[in-house]
Design a protein around this ligand. Structure first.
Ligand SMILES: *[C@@H]1O[C@H](CO)[C@@H](O)[C@H](O)[C@H]1NC(C)=O
Length: 210
């Protein structure tokens, strides 16, 4: 009866990562950026920041010059740049702090997890910047086996039910097996006791014959 359980374990191993994948959020890292223009002409050192709608400003302290390719390891103090909720986009942008007027906008666009191909996404805005983002958990619909998220979730639910049914089946089988084993043992014990009685009976007969 225990031969079933390793397979059951395997199913849960396959199932649990997909369940956690549904709820996890995806960290987007800025891997490189090159600025093609600086808006603030008066200030010698511009302050460039990244921000998504309704979220805090992430100041990029290293960015001071245009036409220089800044590369990042992904572990800088201000990383990750943003966290994307499951399969949803966020409206984000690169800005430059302006002390007189409102901040200058390099560009503002929809940052979507499905734009990442093999975890990498390049966003290029003419005359403004060229940025490369990394996100190891983001997936594009081409790479994933199932482009439809609702089908994906339905599949997960079906898997969960299947595992539930399998688990209860195995448990019932185990209990039934134990009961059968106990019954067999009991029968054997009774049989042994009966034989013993029979032997003792023989002994008495022998004694009587003598
Ligand atoms: C943008 O940057 C990426 C990575 O550095 C590079 O491969 C790509 O050619 C660049 N694109 C432009 C238009 O500069």
């Amino acid at each position: 009866m225990w031969r079933i359980s390793p397979r059951c374990l395997l199913v849960s191993c396959l199932l649990f990562p997909s369940i956690s994948g549904v709820f996890s959020s995806m960290h987007v890292i800025l891997s490189s950026i090159e600025l093609f223009s600086i808006h603030e002409l008066l200030s010698p050192k511009p302050t460039i920041y990244f921000s998504c709608q309704g979220e805090k400003k992430i100041i990029l302290p290293d960015l001071k010059e245009k036409h220089f390719l800044y590369k990042f390891k992904g572990v800088e103090s201000w990383q990750p740049l943003v966290e994307l909720p499951d399969k949803k986009c966020k409206r984000c942008g690169f800005y430059e702090l302006d002390h007189v007027k409102s901040d200058d906008v390099f560009d503002e666009w929809e940052l979507c997890p499905d734009e990442f191909h093999e975890g990498i996404y390049v966003y290029f805005k003419e005359k403004e910047f060229n940025a490369t983002f990394k996100c190891s958990d983001c997936t594009d619909s081409v790479g994933s086996a199932n482009p439809n998220p609702s089908v994906d979730k339905k599949l997960n639910l079906t898997m969960a039910i299947l595992v539930g049914v399998l688990t209860s089946l195995v448990t019932s089988a185990a209990i039934f097996g134990l009961f059968k084993y106990w019954q067999k043992r009991k029968r054997e014990q009774n049989h042994a006791r009966f034989l013993k009685l029979f032997d003792e009976g023989d002994d008495i007969d022998d004694e009587l014959e003598l």
